[in-house]
Design a protein around this ligand. Structure first.
Ligand code: SAM
Length: 222
C-alpha cells in the first residue's frame, strides 16, 4: 500500500525534523473540534514553508487561504519580531479559529487574518499600500490560482518568492481536457507562470500523508 509507506516516511521525517509542539498540536485539535476540513499542509510541508521564509529573510508574508492557521503559524514563526503576516480567508468561521490558534501560538502581534473573498480583499490590500510582500503563499480556491498569482505579482518586488500549493492534484494536472475547475485553474496558472518573463519557477511532485500532490515555487525576477 503506497499510501501507508508514504505516511510512515512522513512520520519518520516529521518526528526528526519538524516535530509538533503545543501550539501546532493545539491548532490542529481546535481546527478538528470546529469541524474544519483536514486540508492543512503536512508538518514537513509547513516546515518547508518556514525554511523558505527564513532563507528568503522574509519580513512580510502574504497568505491566501488560512483555514485554521496551521500554515500561518509555520510561516509567521519565520518572521522577525517587527515582521508581518497577512492571511486572507473567505470563511469567517475558519478565520475565527485561525485567530485563536495564532494568539495561542503567541503570534497575534505579527499575524493578522482578514475575512472575505481574496479577490475582494486583495484590491483592498493594494489600496492600503500593503506590501511589497517578500513571500506569498497561495493555498485557497484553486480555480482562482491564476488570479492569485497575478495579484501576487502586483504585491511583490524583484526577489520575492511565490509558492502555490496543490499543483499536481494526484497527477490530474496533465489532463488538458478535464472539467475539474481546480485542475483548469492550476493549468492556467502554470501557463501564466511559464509565459511571464517576471517569474522564474519550478514545480515538484510530492507524496506523503497528504497523498500525491505538489508545489510550485517561483521567484520574481523583475
Ligand atoms: N493554508 C492552510 C494550511 O495549510 O493550514 C490551508 C488552506 S485550505 C487548503 C483553503 C482555504 O481557503 C479554506 O479555509 C477556504 O475557506 C479558503 N478559501 C476558499 N475560497 C476562498 C476565497 N475566495 N478567498 C479566500 N479564501 C478562500
Amino acid at each position: 500500500d503506497p499510501q501507508a509507506r508514504w505516511s510512515a516516511v512522513d512520520a519518520y521525517v516529521t518526528d526528526l525534523l519538524a516535530p509538533a509542539d503545543e501550539a501546532l498540536t493545539a491548532a490542529l485539535a481546535a481546527s478538528d473540534e470546529a469541524g474544519l476540513p483536514q486540508i492543512a499542509v503536512a508538518p514537513n510541508q509547513g516546515k518547508l514553508l518556514h525554511l523558505l521564509a527564513r532563507v528568503q529573510g522574509a519580513r512580510t508574508i502574504l497568505e491566501i487561504g488560512t483555514l485554521g492557521g496551521y500554515s500561518s503559524i509555520w510561516l509567521a514563526r519565520a518572521l522577525p519580531p517587527e515582521g508581518r503576516l497577512i492571511s486572507l480567508e473567505y470563511d469567517p468561521a475558519h478565520a475565527e479559529v485561525a485567530r485563536l490558534n495564532l494568539a495561542r501560538a503567541g503570534l497575534d502581534a505579527v499575524a493578522e487574518v482578514r475575512t472575505g473573498a481574496a479577490l475582494d480583499t486583495l484590491p483592498e490590500l493594494e489600496a492600503e499600500g500593503a506590501g511589497p510582500f517578500d513571500l506569498v503563499f497561495v493555498d485557497a480556491d484553486k480555480k482562482n490560482n491564476p488570479r492569485y498569482v497575478e495579484w501576487a505579482l502586483r504585491l511583490t518586488r524583484p526577489g520575492s518568492v511565490i509558492v502555490v500549493d496543490n499543483v499536481v492534484r494526484g497527477g490530474r494536472v496533465v489532463d488538458g481536457e478535464t472539467a475539474d475547475e481546480a485542475v483548469r485553474g492550476t493549468r492556467e496558472m502554470f501557463d501564466l507562470v511559464a509565459r511571464d518573463p517576471r517569474l522564474d519557477a519550478t514545480a515538484f511532485q510530492t507524496v506523503g500523508v497528504k497523498g500525491y500532490d505538489g508545489m510550485l515555487v517561483a521567484r520574481v525576477v523583475s
